[in-house]
Design a protein around this ligand. Structure first.
Ligand SMILES: C[S@@+](CC[C@H](N)C(=O)[O-])C[C@H]1O[C@@H](n2cnc3c(N)ncnc32)[C@H](O)[C@@H]1O
Length: 239
């Protein structure tokens, strides 16, 4: 387990310097829309104007934190502290240069370096798929969230692709994406890993069940862009 996890983290270290560029090119900027929807819906569901902490796990280069901050302002929400956590030192290096309002801490989802009941929001965008000890991580999210706090997951969940459009999407993800990602990052294997890891991952329903199995109450599930990206929001109901 540890070895597989370490290999994944090493891979992100390797592609960190080109990660943002590859992301924008491969998603053609649509990931911004997915992130925006995630943050907007989360602020609506949390329904609080004063937040002490937002914690972005598997924060990578810090993109989602930028959206958290931008949309807090638009919702009239004040946030005392933004924290980004990731085990990849190189991804964190990029994040620290890019995002000056957040604190970044090296750490893993399954062993979060934050206290019990300490944060109103835990987010993880395109990260939970990379966490080998996933159920342990979900339990950690539950532990660290304040009562009524929410976990916000954006992820490429496994889809049952059968129609013509589905096959086109499948072809793009499996054949085109690794080539373009490989050219930008000079690491073909890393971008081959992406479609493979999606295929080995859970469906949206399975992920929702896992969240419920550790105590969360599902609040919102929505897929975007022909099911490529899915948003799940779940709440910690008791203290
Ligand atoms: C695809 S990137 C997503 C980065 C960022 N959240 C975004 O939306 O662009 C996945 C991130 O998961 C991190 N990661 C891998 N294993 C992890 C773990 N066990 N716990 C937390 N983060 C992990 C990687 O280092 C990488 O930065």
């Amino acid at each position: 387990m540890e070895n597989r996890q370490q290999k994944i983290v090493n891979m992100f270290d390797d592609i960190a310097s080109t990660y943002d560029l590859a992301n924008r090119v491969l998603s053609m900027g649509i990931d911004r829309e997915w992130r925006k929807k995630g943050c907007n819906r989360a602020y609506e569901i949390l329904n609080s104007k004063n937040i002490t902490q937002i914690t972005d796990v598997a924060c990578g280069t810090g993109d989602l934190l930028i959206f958290w901050e931008r949309y807090a302002k638009r919702h009239g929400v004040s946030v005392e502290k933004y924290i980004g956590i990731d085990p990849s030192v190189k991804m964190l290096e990029v994040a620290r240069k890019k995002v000056n309002f957040a604190e970044f801490i090296e750490g893993k989802a399954q062993d979060l370096p934050i206290e019990d009941n300490s944060t109103e929001i835990i987010s993880i965008s395109y990260g939970i798929r990379n966490v080998v000890d996933r159920v342990d991580a979900l339990k950690e999210f539950y532990r660290a969230l304040k009562p009524n706090g929410i976990v916000v997951i954006l992820e490429f969940t496994k889809q049952n692709r059968e129609g013509l459009i589905d096959r086109v999407v499948d072809f793009g993800m499996k054949k085109v994406l690794p080539i373009i990602g490989g050219i930008i990052s000079k690491n073909y294997e890393a971008y081959k890993y992406l479609p493979n890891s999606i295929e080995e991952f859970l469906t949206t329903d399975m992920l929702a069940e896992e969240l419920e199995s550790v105590g969360f109450k599902m609040k919102y599930i929505k897929s975007f862009s022909m099911g490529i990206s899915t948003l799940l929001i779940a709440q910690k109901i008791k203290g």
